[in-house]
Design a protein around this ligand. Structure first.
Ligand SMILES: Nc1nc2c(ncn2[C@@H]2O[C@H](COP(=O)(O)OP(=O)(O)OP(=O)(O)O)[C@@H](O)[C@H]2O)c(=O)[nH]1
Ligand SMILES: [Mg+2]
Length: 178
């Protein structure tokens, strides 16, 4: 039986949440902005291989964008998207707020921070030094581009590693639909 987890996708409007989720789940890249209309959920079924245990495991992630209170509060993990093309100072303040709001409800639930749109010329992703100077604590920080597929599976792989407590897990190649 698959390990099933609920993951909330957080981040400002336009930070690239829907584009990232669509790219991971269907392989498609959406150039246009699709205005959200309430909560959207996706199911990401994936096989992972543990080099430590030398075995495959099935994982099912229920991904919630614009999650309602019930899903937000019962999440097993969060993916927090931040747009790498926006003003640093403002981004850090908003991030601190999002992380602290989430951590108030979830004391130990993992948060993977995703700096999005790193393909854009002039993009300036937040650095880990800036995060620690601003006292923003996340479990992991990953730079991605949904447009070029750079590191596209890394955020969910990182979450799965944390949730299953196995650093040697890899998302199996046959799940990639690029
Ligand atoms: N260049 C580039 N553009 C991107 C990337 N990811 C998303 N975008 C663009 O950014 C815009 C907003 O992305 P969305 O995924 O709709 O943003 P969102 O976070 O879902 O926004 P809301 O649903 O309003 O909360 C879209 O026009 C995307 O095409 C990327 O990796 N590179
Ligand atoms: Mg969206």
């Amino acid at each position: 039986m698959a390990h099933t987890y609920n993951v909330v996708i957080l981040g400002n409007s336009g930070s690239g949440k829907s584009t990232l989720v669509n790219r991971v789940c269907s392989g498609e890249y959406t150039h246009t902005y699709i205005h959200p209309s309430g909560m959207v959920s996706h199911t990401y079924n994936v096989n992972v291989y543990s080099t430590q245990a030398k075995q495959n495991t099935s994982v099912c992630l229920n991904l919630y964008e614009h999650a309602n209170m019930e899903h937000y509060c019962s999440a097993d993990a969060a993916l927090l998207c931040v747009n790498s093309t926006e003003n640093h100072h403002q981004r850090l303040n908003e991030l601190r707020e999002s992380v602290s709001d989430f951590s108030e409800v979830h004391k130990t639930t993992p948060i993977v921070l995703v700096s999005t749109k790193v393909d854009v010329v002039g993009a300036k992703p937040i650095t880990n030094t800036e995060l620690s100077r601003a006292h923003i604590v996340v479990t992991k920080h990953i730079l991605v581009s949904a447009r070029t597929s750079y590191h596209i599976f890394e955020p969910l792989q990182a979450l799965i590693r944390i949730l299953l407590d196995d650093d040697t897990l890899f998302v199996c190649e046959n799940n990639t639909k690029l």
